[in-house]
Design a protein around this ligand. Sequence first.
Ligand code: SAM
Length: 299
Amino acid sequence: MGRTEGDSWDISENVGTTALATAMVRAAETTRDDRLTADPFAQHFLNAAVARGWKNPYATEAWNRNEYDDPAVARFRQASTDWAACRTRFIDDFLTVGGERQVVILAAGLDARAWRLTWPHATVVYELDQPGVLEFKDDTMRAHDAEPAIARRAVPIDLRRDWPAALTAAGFDPGEPTAWVAEGLLPYLPPAAQDLLFERIHQFSAARSRLVVDAYTPEFYANTAETFRRMNETTREDVYSGEELFFAGERADVVEWLADRGWSTRAAVAVDVMAQFGRPAPDDVPAGSLSSTFVTALR
Ligand code: SAM
C-alpha cells in the first residue's frame, strides 16, 4: 500500500514505524562506549511498542551483532545506523549552541530532546506529529515517570494540515526567534507539502530564527526503495522500506528555496559530518543511500 493524501497512522503503522526506527538507532547508540548521543528513553519506546503488539524487525540476532552472510549488508546497515546517529548528534549540537527560548520540533516522533538535553531557563519546546504517535510517546513517558527538563507542549496534528493555527493555539509566539527542527521528515511529505511547510516556517519565523533539516538528493529518492528491497531479500528481515512510505516527485532544493527568501544557509554533507564524528562511511554503500545534507539556516 502506497501513501495517500490524508493518510494517518499510529506508532506501529506505516510512517509511525519510522519513529521507532530512529528510536532503535538511538537505543543502540546509547549502549556504545563511544556514543555520540545518549537517549535513555529510546529503549523504553521500543519495549512499549512491542508490549502493544509491534513486531520489532530489529530484534534479530543478526541485526544486533550486525553479522550477515553478505558483508555488503553489514556495511550498509552499519553505515545507515551511523548516519542517523550523526544526524541526531548534529541536531543536538545545533540546539545546544542556539539559546532560543522557543523551539519547534516538526515530526517529533520519539525525539526525547525535551527530556534529555540541557536547556536555557524558560525554554518552551513544541512537538508536532500525528496524534497517535504523540499519544504513544506521552503514555510511555508517563509510565516511566519521566518529566521534561523544560516546558514541553505536544501539538498533535498532521503536518499537511493547518499546523501553524494549532501551534499558535498552543502558545507559540511568532514574534520570538525560534529554533525549528525538521529531522527525518521531508521524504514523507509530498513535494507540494514540503514547499508549504517551508512557506509556513518562513512566515512564522521572527528575525534570528534558525532551522535545521535533513535534505536528500534525487539519487537518494531514486534508489532507496531498491536498496531496502535488496537488503530485505538478502536478510529475510522486514525492515524499514522507503518504497511504500516516501512521496515521489521532483522537489525544490531546500538550500536554494531558503536562500531565495533571504535565509543564510549552510549545507553540511552527511558523509563529511560522519567523518568528523569519527564514523566515516565506507565507499561502497549502495548508490545514493547516504546522499543527504544537514541544512542549517538563519533568518
Ligand atoms: N524526528 C523524529 C526523529 O528523528 O526521531 C522522527 C523521525 S521519523 C523518521 C518521521 C516522523 O515524521 C514520524 O514520527 C512521523 O509520524 C512523522 N510524520 C511524517 N509525516 C507527517 C505528517 N504529515 N504529519 C505529522 N507527522 C508526520
